[in-house]
Design a protein around this ligand. Sequence first.
Ligand SMILES: [Fe+2]
Ligand SMILES: [Fe+2]
Length: 208
Amino acid sequence: MPFVDRAIREFDRALRSVAGVSHAMRSNPSAEIAEAPLSEAERRHAAALMRVNHVGEICAQALYQGQALTARDPGARLQLEQAAREEEDHLVWSAARIRELDGRPSLLNPLWYAGAFTMGSAAGALGDRWNLAFLAETERQVEEHLSGHLERLPAHDDRTRALVDAMREDEAKHRQTAQQLGAAELPAPVKLAMRIAAKVMTTVAYRV
Ligand SMILES: [Fe+2]
Ligand SMILES: [Fe+2]
């Protein structure tokens, strides 16, 4: 597909991500799981954690879009597009769970998107190896982050937990894909900077 067509398609995806009109390709992993009785505080807490995850998925859309546009190798691009589709599932699932919990997505989503796209494009400008390195490290941190959420979520909130668990499994796969495609290892200060940026994002998104 020519670059301009791909760019238009990715722009369309960006608008859909931020506007919340994406489509899931796979069925929702929590579909068959009964809703647990949650207290008001538990419900609010779970909704806030899912808002954080949803912001993470907005950022994933932005990163993968940058990737799909800049990846030079067609084989790599295909695998990245597959991962991007799975990220779109995550986006849809987490938005649905926020609604079920009577929460709302982050008001700052366009800002998160723009920030992630800027960082992803900067990494993309450095070439495939560094682009993939950035992606692999992002996936690693998201994976850790989702593990943390499994500890913090109400123990009996099986529906939310099923989603977080399924997402975590995908993120591990995405990290392996990026590594297999030849990701470099990021320097420690860059990883630290990414952790600090993620900390800011998760702290703000928990509330707003
Ligand atoms: Fe994801
Ligand atoms: Fe991922």
